[in-house]
Design a protein around this ligand. Sequence first.
Ligand code: ATP
Ligand code: MG
Length: 449
Amino acid sequence: MPRMPLEFREVIMPAALPDNEAARIEALHAYQILDSLPESQYQDIVALASTICGTPMAVISLVDQDRQWFKAKIGLEATETERDIAFCAHALLHADELMVVPDAMRDPRFADNPLVTGAMQVRFYAGAPLRTHDGLALGTLCVIDRTPRELTPAQANALSALSRQVMSHMELRQKILQLEQAQAQLQQSEKMASIGQLAAGVAHEINNPVGFVSSNMGTLGNYAGTLFDTLDGYDTILRDEQVTAATRERISALRERADLEYLKLDMVDLVKESMEGLNRVRDIVQALKDFSHVGEVDWQFASLHAGIDTTLKIVGNEIRHKAQVVRQYGALPPVRCLPSQLNQVFMNLLVNAAQAIGRDGVITIRTGVENGWARIEIADNGAGIAPQNLQRIFDPFFTTKPVGLGTGLGLSVSYNIVRKHGGEISVDSTPGVGTTFTIKLPLGENESS
Ligand SMILES: Nc1ncnc2c1ncn2[C@@H]1O[C@H](COP(=O)(O)OP(=O)(O)OP(=O)(O)O)[C@@H](O)[C@H]1O
Ligand SMILES: [Mg+2]
């Protein structure tokens, strides 16, 4: 029978989607293996599969939404193909079975497949599904030949055993990645904690000199007042008493040389300004101490508003030149928490908001109670987050900031802290409009007390 020209017939018969497709894709992505670099363990396994089964080609194929991607391969060039033409997409449909296609030309599913009719000339295919503990098939370990054939039972068993080996390697690989990420997060929160400790230590050291300088400054102000009062007294005496013109002149020359009138005015200002400066230093020191809550490891009921306010004092500099901060605080009872840790969360969110803003921004902080939860919203009118990044921003190391600027750990650490408090953190963002992070913390036992 003459073949119809390609464009006139249905060339491919894509496999149906497995029932558990969404869960399957999510599981596959969780392995973080797609598009990873070649690794020798997987390469060894495909080499073994092709030797044992006596086929020129063997592949570890992972079936993603629209493509199959090859983690390891032997005997072929491609690194991925469309999912529509993938044999493996069919093999997935039965996660527990080895799929064998003895002759693709005689199989209606594949007879017109470009992998069969084209340069690849696939005739024989056997694929053992890569199956997770939950029964999700992520892809296959498959062997391919250009001539029709069969597998012996021993070869079929070996192929299935090797596919389980691939899964073990993938499990191990995932565990190692998770460990590395947990370690990085831990290091980051330890770093933050030790910076907090350092800050509080410095604050403590500064407190002492600030204390005596401001006390001295007060005394100095008083002394200056007394001195000028005394000088004024001399003037009165000079006016009233009989003094020679020569004495008067000598005194007024002295006064002019010293610019006494100016000194008198300026000295008052200087003392006043210095006192103001010292008060500011005192505020900053206090904010640093409040922010880091050094030595505090116990859970306690604390005001979230106080936490946000001290955090704003600390990050004020980073925000001030870009954005105005609007506080819309509702009624919020004290929340059982580790205040210094929640402050880290507020700091991360506020700094992120400021960094997303070019200029003339507004950061709005709203608080309130909702169904027994404390709710804190930190909203900005900055650049927003692209939809494809939204589900990755809480991942460790995910950053869109230039190298050296962001570690990508801020949100993942914040996420962990909020979770530790039994709460939730979520995000809502529209590119070009802005982003809102919402934290919910349980009020729990506090409500009744
Ligand atoms: N308010 C926001 N507006 C826009 N994008 C944001 C906002 N908050 C977070 N993001 C995005 O989420 C990414 C991850 O944030 P995260 O705080 O975890 O790391 P980072 O800010 O990049 O680095 P680091 O916090 O370690 O300095 C950011 O790189 C940014 O792309
Ligand atoms: Mg950040």
